[in-house]
Design a protein around this ligand. Structure first.
Ligand SMILES: [Zn+2]
Length: 208
């Protein structure tokens, strides 16, 4: 079969951002395919993607709970010993009147990761059993937008910079929550990269 015939045999796929109809290129596993007009992500070829996304999201949810319940950092300045949790920062900023920063920290470190994990489970657990959650379409769109605006890594770099500066003033002990938080970042990223958008859009089209 020559290249033209091979291409014609590929199924058509519509871009969900700009509606351009195009032929799916034949790709190797773990390849990202983007729209030829607007560059939006069309799909990523992931074998066993649904199971991977569910497994990584569930593990992420457990780490999220650990990251929020257990001590994030412990400080020792002289005889004073202070323990903080992830939420302590939000509360401190808020009580000092820096509510915009409090909101930003809350969204990037708590709300965004939790929302992504819950959305992934909401979409992919029913898909695994051949069903569709009622709000799959808006949920999947929201998930893709949150991923594009994900600032969790930036937040982590901010924490590290602050830590390096603080080590001159106090003895700092990272808590179990901080390690969980770091692992959580990797799990959320891994769960995202296991998503093959075609699986979701095809099931939605079939259900129409
Ligand atoms: Zn497009």
């Amino acid at each position: 079969m020559d290249a033209t015939h091979q291409l014609a045999a590929q199924p058509l796929i519509a871009c969900h951002e700009c509606d351009l109809l195009q032929r799916e290129p034949a790709t190797a596993d773990h390849c990202n395919v983007k729209c030829s007009r607007c560059g939006a992500a069309l799909f990523r070829n992931v074998p066993n993607g649904i199971n991977r996304t569910i497994a990584l999201s569930l593990a992420g949810l457990i780490l999220f709970i650990v990251a929020n319940v257990f001590p994030f950092l412990s400080f020792e300045i002289g005889s004073q010993f202070t323990q903080t949790t992830l939420f302590t920062g939000v509360r401190e900023f808020y009580s000092q009147g820096i509510w915009l920063l409090a909101l930003l920290v809350f969204i990037t470190s708590i709300l965004a990761p939790l929302l992504q994990l819950l959305l992934m489970l909401y979409i992919f657990i029913p898909l695994k059993f051949g069903r569709l959650a009622r709000q799959t379409r808006p949920a999947f769109r929201l998930l893709q937008h949150i991923r594009d605006w994900n600032m969790i890594e930036v937040f982590m770099i901010g924490i590290l910079v602050a830590l390096v500066k603080l080590t001159k003033m106090a003895a700092i002990v990272p808590g179990i929550a901080m390690w969980s938080f770091v692992a959580l970042i990797f799990l959320v990223t891994g769960a995202h990269s296991s998503i093959d958008g075609r699986v979701v859009w095809r099931r939605l089209e079939r259900a129409q």
